[in-house]
Design a protein around this ligand. Structure first.
Ligand SMILES: NC(=O)c1ccc[n+]([C@@H]2O[C@H](COP(=O)([O-])OP(=O)(O)OC[C@H]3O[C@@H](n4cnc5c(N)ncnc54)[C@H](O)[C@@H]3O)[C@@H](O)[C@H]2O)c1
Length: 335
């Protein structure tokens, strides 16, 4: 059976999903919706699918098996709950929602409707990241001692849609958007959810009201320490995750390459399987729907990333360490 897929939000990332669908036989794109109708029409023409202005009308008309939600963050909960209640399986872009409480509402609606939901944590499907995860689990580099993740990029580029820079619509800035990728890698590579957070962020952006940089110290539930350094101001671009072990190091340049060291210098690790991560993401969801195979990221896992982001902002505001409970809620240590 071919699963019929609709896309809600015809913006930048919608194209990556449609490109993946074009190459797949298990699924087919049938329609796309956007409040900016010309965006939906443009993609519909390019991919030979139907265009709608209203996603609810699209779902009622098309009755798809799967809805891909590629909307601004403040609309994730509303759309995910609506799609679940309409009986659609869901691929929801990261981050799952604005905060952990909204994630709980999504999880409740998905469970009540007995549909399946995958949050698009694409890091889990990038070739060099998957290879790194495999090397970590193999254990030849000894004990994993720490993870340092650095992401520097021109976050305030003119082409960035305004909503990304508005607190009320995005939930936060670089640490919400790109921090959720960093937290995903740290939780996955480290093999446990984030438990403690101490963070300091800054608000010097030329547009909007979200933070533009942050330095975060974290520990996971096993006590593994990690750092995240992010800046969206005037930086030399960098996207690097370094893992320090007792017998060597790994350096992951996500989306580019993987490096290993057992001494003084890094050598590149060949990564043979270069399958499009957006294809692997769809396959993960479809396998889960058809066979019950566990997803790479459960809903609870995705909620734990949002809870860690909540804790980052709370730690900054309160100038103190915050803990993240194992059920995925950020709380002050004193509570
Ligand atoms: N996984 C990744 O690597 C990755 C990369 C980029 C973006 N994202 C995520 O994807 C999501 C979308 O990001 P984007 O860069 O595509 O944003 P975007 O602004 O380019 O696209 C969002 C689209 O949603 C439309 N929209 C707004 N309200 C709507 C409504 N009520 N109904 C229908 N359409 C509506 C907008 O008109 C816009 O076209 C975000 O959650 C973002 O964090 C993920």
């Amino acid at each position: 059976m071919r699963h019929r897929v609709v896309i809600i939000g015809a913006g930048n990332i919608a194209v990556s999903h449609l490109e993946a669908l074009r190459k797949m036989t298990r699924l087919e794109a049938v329609a796309v919706a956007d409040v900016q109708e010309q965006r939906a029409s443009k993609l519909a023409d390019e991919y030979g699918i139907h265009a709608y202005a209203d996603y609810r009308a699209m779902i009622e008309q098309e009755k798809p098996d799967v809805a891909v939600i590629t909307l601004p963050h403040f609309l994730h909960k509303e759309a995910a709950v609506w799609c679940a209640e309409a009986g659609c399986h869901i691929l929801l872009e990261k981050p799952m929602a604005l905060n952990a409480a909204e994630c709980d509402e999504i999880i409740a609606a998905v469970k009540a409707s007995q549909v399946r939901l995958l949050v698009g944590h694409t890091q889990h499907y990038l070739p060099e990241n998957r290879k790194a995860a495999q090397l970590i689990r193999q254990g030849d580099l000894g004990e994993l001692l720490m993870i340092n993740d650095t992401r520097h990029m021109h976050y305030y580029r003119d082409s960035r849609p305004d909503w990304f820079l508005e607190q009320a619509k995005a939930g936060g800035g670089i640490l919400t958007n790109l921090g959720s990728h960093s937290l995903d890698k740290i939780q996955w590579f480290g093999g446990a959810p984030i438990a403690k957070v101490r963070a300091s962020v800054s608000y010097f952006g030329p547009r909007g009201d979200v933070e533009g940089s942050g330095l975060v110290y974290l520990e996971n539930e096993n006590g593994l320490p990690a750092t995240i350094s992010q800046s969206g101001y005037a930086v030399v671009p960098r996207n690097e995750t370094e893992l320090v072990f007792t017998k060597g190091m790994l350096k992951v340049l996500s989306g580019q390459s993987l490096w290993i060291s057992e001494g003084e210098t890094y050598v590149q690790v060949p990564v043979e399987d270069q399958t499009d991560p957006f294809i692997l993401q769809f396959e993960d969801l479809i396998d889960h729907i058809e066979t019950g195979k566990p997803l790479a990221c459960s809903m609870e896992y995705s909620r734990s990333i949002v809870a860690a982001v909540d804790a980052i902002y709370a730690s900054h505001a309160n100038k103190t360490e915050w803990t993240v409970r194992s059920d995925g809620h950020a709380i002050h240590p004193a509570e």
